[in-house]
Design a protein around this ligand. Structure first.
Ligand SMILES: O=C1O[C@H](COP(=O)(O)O)[C@@H](O)[C@H](O)[C@H]1O
Length: 239
């Protein structure tokens, strides 16, 4: 691991390989979850979808935790049927909810049978059922500068990024997103006890440097996470 200079509140962790990154991130998350279980009797984890987290999920799924005391949620979801190949819930079921982690309680978003607004309302109720604050929230990032489903041009981006907003889950639509989405809003993400941004590859490194080098949040919504100073954010990267 190599620590690099970063703005205050941003901690950068660079690894030589994606396997090393997966091991380190899984160890860090596992420690946070163990801490939650030890102090409160339960712990919660929100994870992202896409293609990047598979290796991390597979390592984390083998962690020696009391997984029956862990709730797993999604940072964001695509509004597609639950068995659709692009469903983030499917990725989590296939790669995280296995091995020891099969004992955890997975609470996916409500994605069908309702309007997007209703899906968001029902999903938020599930998110709030334990009245909890997330122990760990693992974000991803696209090369367009989106994180969670905060896409450039998102129709409800301002609401989703409002630090004073009351909604924890919102429906959101953006041309570049592929399909309508549900997303955690910025407040519950930044309220997590541990926030990580997990990115891999040279292209995403360039995207990260671009995001750090400018301040236009609408152009690159990940800046809302990177440039705030209230919550420490740990950036995990490997080539
Ligand atoms: O659409 C999404 O993309 C991002 C990044 O995905 P990746 O495939 O580039 O790793 C992901 O963080 C988000 O959860 C997902 O819905």
């Amino acid at each position: 691991m190599r620590a690099t200079d970063a703005p205050a509140g941003l901690h950068r962790h660079d690894y030589a390989t994606r396997d090393q990154l997966a091991e380190a991130l899984a160890a860090g998350v596992s420690a946070k979850l163990a801490g939650g279980i030890a102090t409160r009797g339960h712990a919660s984890l929100a994870v992202s979808g896409g293609s990047t987290p598979k290796r991390f999920f597979e390592v984390l799924s083998k962690a020696g935790l009391d997984w029956s005391s862990v709730m797993v949620l999604l940072v964001d979801e695509r509004l597609v049927p639950p068995d659709h190949e692009r469903a983030n819930a499917g990725l989590v079921r296939r790669h995280l909810m296995q091995n020891r982690a099969a004992e955890a309680r997975f609470v996916p978003y409500v994605v069908d049978g309702h309007t997007p607004a209703e899906c968001a309302r029902l999903s938020q109720a599930a998110f709030e059922q334990d009245g909890h604050r997330l122990d760990a929230c693992i974000l991803g990032m696209g090369t367009d500068g989106h994180t969670a489903s905060f896409f450039p041009g998102g129709d409800r981006l301002a609401e989703a990024l409002d630090p004073e907003g009351d909604d924890k889950v919102l429906p959101i639509f953006a041309e570049g997103a592929g399909e309508p989405r549900l997303t955690l809003t910025l407040p519950p993400i930044l309220d997590a006890r541990f926030v990580a941004l997990h990115i891999e590859g040279a292209e995403k490194r360039t995207t990260l440097e671009t995001a750090l080098g400018g301040t236009d949040v609408d152009a690159m919504p990940v800046r809302a996470v990177l440039h705030q100073t209230a919550t420490p954010v740990h950036v995990f990267w490997a080539p």
